[in-house]
Ligand binder design. Structure first.
Ligand code: PMP
Length: 406
């Protein structure tokens, strides 16, 4: 499928404006992505034509709202290649998905002396829930190291899987480094020892096709807002047999079948994990985002972004005093860097004056910063609506930074 970048940009109303008097150059999609018109339209349409609470009403509006909500579940199923729509749990985002697994599945399996294995490149939301769990259970958090390019050291990961390991959790794609992990291989290593695997897919799904059955993992988590959908919604995919065996997470309406003061019984999956009124329009918006991406063709997006990432990598490498952090052989859409003698926040502030939005800071991955000996980096992250001129603007902006700090 060919990729028409100008048509794509026209789908995103946000690019119709200027910021700081300059055309907007948005290079922070790893934090949150912009929204195409079909996503906004789908939410508008739901609110203006079919909105009511779901799974409850016997009247037509509620039936329509429920149908739109459940249609999104089926879209997500297809999008990630899940076997069954019952395996798709709607949550608030990746963070909640990981907390859900930590508080239920892992809580029931991890005891004193056990271990949970993560990697050194994780986002805080794939570190802290395991840390809390380990503290509560008297278990130990083990961390597989990364090399100087930011690639996972596979042999070390393998060595850290022992009979004590009760779960492994790692990112598909690192938000701070852009490293793409060989998920299938890692899952095989873990499964060989009977260790279940959670994959944090927050930074993967916007950039590449994902098939959870092919990856072979046990859980996969992602957020709608990084996938061009609305914020406040995310997905936990889990194998049906796990979800069925897991105790509930949050409790209240919808997740129950029967309630009495003596005892309550649980609804079927996935509803058992969807207590309370969900973000109905958000879920519908996520469905529209998936339709949008599928319409463009994820393989076309991946190919387009690969060329753009190569272009950007070469352009930044040519800047004197710029150190790229995260140069793993297999990378996606993220360029983290440090500029000699200039604090990342100053870089970000000067770039902002040029209308260029980048992220500066530790990117919720402080252990990565510590590993590379920097307090923070500047991060330019690319998405399907970026083009070479955005990269050129970044390079000119960095020249401007040099002039200011000469
Ligand atoms: N994991 C990774 C790799 C991320 O990049 C992010 C978001 N920065 C998260 C988890 C958390 O996602 P959310 O804030 O949407 O819950």
């Amino acid at each position: 499928m060919s990729f028409d970048i100008e048509a794509v940009r026209n789908d995103f109303p946000i690019f119709e404006q200027t910021t700081r008097g300059k055309p907007l150059v948005f290079l922070d999609s790893a934090a949150s992505a912009q929204k195409p018109r079909p996503v906004l339209d789908a939410m508008w349409e739901l609110y203006t034509t079919s909105y009511a609470n779901i799974h409850r009403g016997v009247y037509e509006l509620s039936e329509r709202s429920t149908a739109a909500f459940e249609a999104s579940r089926e879209k997500v199923r297809r999008f990630i290649g899940a076997a069954d729509a019952r395996e798709i749990v709607f949550v608030r985002g990746t963070t909640e998905a990981i907390n859900l697994v930590a508080a239920t599945f892992a809580r029931a399996r991890v005891g004193s002396g056990d271990e949970v294995l993560i990697t050194h490149m994780e986002h805080h939301s794939n570190i802290v829930p395991w840390q809390l769990l380990c503290d509560q259970a008297g278990a130990r958090l083990r961390v597989a190291p990364i090399d100087d390019r930011g690639a996972l050291q596979m042999d070390e990961f393998e060595k850290l899987i022992t009979p004590r390991t009760k779960l492994a959790a790692f990112a598909h794609v690192s938000n701070a480094l852009g490293t793409v992990n060989p998920v299938r291989e890692l899952v095989e290593l873990a499964h060989r020892e009977g260790v279940p695997v959670l994959v944090d897919g927050a930074q993967a799904v916007p950039h590449q096709a994902v098939d959870v059955q092919e990856l072979g993992c046990d859980f996969y988590a992602f957020s709608s807002h990084k996938l061009f959908g609305p914020s406040g919604v995310g997905v936990l995919w889990g194998r049906a047999e796990h979800l069925e065996a897991m105790p509930p997470y949050q409790s209240g309406g919808e997740m129950v079948l029967t309630v009495s003061f003596e005892k309550s019984t649980w609804n079927d999956i996935p509803h058992k994990f969807e207590a309370g009124t969900p973000d109905i329009a958000g879920v519908v918006g996520l469905g529209a985002a998936i339709d949008y991406l599928t319409g463009l063709g994820l393989d076309a997006v991946t190919t387009y972004e690969r060329t753009l990432l190569d272009y950007a990598t070469h352009a930044l490498e040519a800047i004197p005093g710029l150190r790229l952090i995260g140069t793993a052989p297999h990378k996606a859409a993220v360029l983290s860097f440090a500029l000699d003698g200039v604090h990342p926040h100053d870089v970000g502030t000067i770039l902002d004056r040029e209308g260029i939005a980048v992220r500066t800071g530790h990117h919720c991955a402080q252990p990565v910063m510590e590993r590379f000996g920097v307090p923070a980096t500047v991060r330019a992250s690319l998405a399907l609506y970026n083009r070479e001129s955005d990269v050129d603007a970044l390079v000119s902006g960095l020249q401007r930074v040099r002039e200011v700090f000469r």
